[in-house]
Design a binder for this molecule. Structure first.
Ligand SMILES: C[S@@+](CC[C@H](N)C(=O)[O-])C[C@H]1O[C@@H](n2cnc3c(N)ncnc32)[C@H](O)[C@@H]1O
Length: 239
């Protein structure tokens, strides 16, 4: 890539994952198979994915004692969602599922300074694997917040197999993994009527947020979809 230097590179069965440093502003960029995934400059919505979801959980405590929060993150990326989760003192456990082992190593090796240290926090456990498969190993009702940012959203997949992450069977498994009142949140670079409909079918309450962002000089909007499991919900699928 012109105007960038390679910081690290890995080739996996899914293709090439690269960490680049931009010469013009010194920012780090994550690219997968040549597709821009994110950088260390515009990270507001990665943080908001965590902050908004945790705020919804804090709101449910009104007048009641605070409870420890357990969080699952699908997709470590450059670690901003994780870093935001760890700023919340109520969070006691975070399970991160990341498909690229190399990315986990790069964090461990200190190659991503803005979020360095997050992976070493004693509350964090990182597992290398596909969240679409590993969700089945998560005990039912064991997670308060389930944060998914594995792609550029359902309309712009980095890996074709990730289409499953935006479909009902996987989202039902997410709902099952959450506690009553728990929230599953999905990041997307674009609006999606299909995802909206699936979330509405699977969850008991759905909220969509459109967040304006500035990418260099270009204005755009990113989207968060939040699905809540009702307080009284059993583990059965919503009728
Ligand atoms: C957009 S980045 C995540 C950004 C992250 N929210 C942050 O704050 O830096 C997407 C991440 O998900 C990972 N990923 C992609 N597909 C996955 C899957 N099916 N299961 C787990 N991780 C996946 C990618 O390797 C990448 O690290």
């Amino acid at each position: 890539m012109p105007g960038t230097t390679h910081v690290a590179r890995a080739v996996t069965e899914r293709g090439e994952v690269v960490l680049l440093r931009r010469q013009r502003d010194g920012a780090l960029e994550l690219r997968v198979n040549g597709v821009f995934v994110m950088d260390t400059v515009e990270t507001a919505t990665e943080r908001l994915l965590a902050r908004t979801t945790l705020n919804r959980l804090h709101a449910r405590w009104q007048g009641r004692p605070r409870e420890p929060l357990r969080v699952l993150i699908g997709g470590l990326g450059l670690g901003f969602t994780l870093d935001e989760v760890l700023r919340d003192a109520a969070v006691t456990e975070v399970l991160v599922i990341e498909i690229e082992a190399a990315l986990v190593d790069w964090h461990r090796d200190g190659l991503i300074p803005p979020t360095s240290g997050a992976g070493a926090d004693p509350r964090v456990r990182v597992v290398v694997g596909d969240v679409a498969e590993l969700i089945e190993t998560v005990p039912p009702g064991s997670v308060d917040a389930l944060l998914l940012d594995v792609d550029n959203g359902p309309g712009f997949l980095v890996y074709d197999a990730n289409a499953a992450v935006y479909r009902a069977p996987f989202l039902r498994a997410c709902r099952r993994a959450t506690t009553p009142g728990g929230v599953t949140a999905v990041w997307s670079s674009s609006p999606s009527a299909e995802l909206s409909a699936v979330m509405t079918a699977v969850f008991d309450g759905v909220e969509e947020l459109a967040v304006p962002v500035l990418l260099g000089a270009r204005e755009t909007t990113y989207h968060l979809f939040l699905g809540r499991r009702s307080d009284a919900a059993s583990d059965t699928v919503k009728p």
